[in-house]
Structures are given as structure tokens and as C-alpha cells.
Write a new protein. Structure first.
Length: 135
């Protein structure tokens, strides 16, 4: 994880953005066995990583964020919102509840305006088969 952290720090500096701070915080503070990296998310991240070559500056920034979400949040290959966008699982600290956000911004499990301070949902909090997880 330390190598990925260095990549994100370099991208943050290069693009002069704080967009990656959420992901850096996860890498630096959450135990590796609590980060819900799934086989599905890992495969999607690798696939998207190949797309980075030849992208313009803004596309690269968005794709790096997308790769981080694929790697560090739980997603299931068959869990889509009504607009057929993949869900990712987070945890609202202020409401003490898990919720899902799709790639198109659809929120399920909590009202969007009630999210408050959030973090990723930890692997130990997610009711999923151990076979789904990469690490």
C-alpha cells in the first residue's frame, strides 16, 4: 500500500488537488485487512489503469479517483442502481450507518443530505463472503 500512497501523493502534488486526501487517509490509517478490496474492484481498477495512457490531464485526475473508489470501497458486480450504475459502500460516522452511492450519485440506505462525515465501510462491517475479497 505504501507504493500506492506515494503515487497518490505525487498525483496530488502534480495536479495541485486535494481530491485524493480521502483515499490517502484510508491507506494511512485503516488496517489493510479492513479495506474491502474485492476481486471485482481489483479487476476493474487494473482495467481502468490501462486507460490512463493517452488521457488528458482532467481525464487522468478523474480516472485516478475512480480507480481508488474501485479499490478501496466494497462493490459487488451485480449491485446496480436503477440507472444501472455500480454501487460502492460507505459508512456515515454521524448517522452510524452504512450506505451505498452509485457512480451516478444515487444514494441508497440513507438520505443524501444526511450523510455527514463519512468513511469507507470496513470489511468487518460488510456482510459478504470472504471469497469476494482480494486481500
Amino acid at each position: 500500500m505504501s507504493e500506492f500512497s506515494e503515487i497518490l501523493k505525487s498525483a496530488r502534488s502534480l495536479y495541485k488537488t486535494d481530491e485524493y486526501d480521502f483515499w490517502l487517509d484510508i491507506i494511512e490509517t485503516v488496517e489493510l485487512d479492513e479495506i474491502p478490496i474485492t476481486h471485482h474492484g481489483h479487476g476493474e481498477a487494473l482495467y481502468r489503469f490501462k486507460d490512463l495512457y493517452g488521457c488528458d490531464r482532467h481525464s487522468v485526475e478523474r480516472r485516478i479517483d475512480y480507480i481508488c473508489e474501485k479499490l478501496f470501497t466494497y462493490s459487488h458486480p451485480d449491485d446496480f442502481c436503477e440507472m444501472q450504475s455500480q454501487f460502492h459502500t460507505y459508512f456515515s460516522v454521524s448517522k452510524n450507518t452504512m450506505y451505498k452511492v452509485s457512480e451516478l450519485g444515487v444514494t441508497e440506505g440513507i438520505e443524501a443530505n444526511d450523510i455527514g462525515e463519512s468513511r469507507i465501510a470496513y470489511r468487518s462491517e460488510i456482510n459478504a463472503s470472504a471469497k469476494e475479497f482480494y486481500v
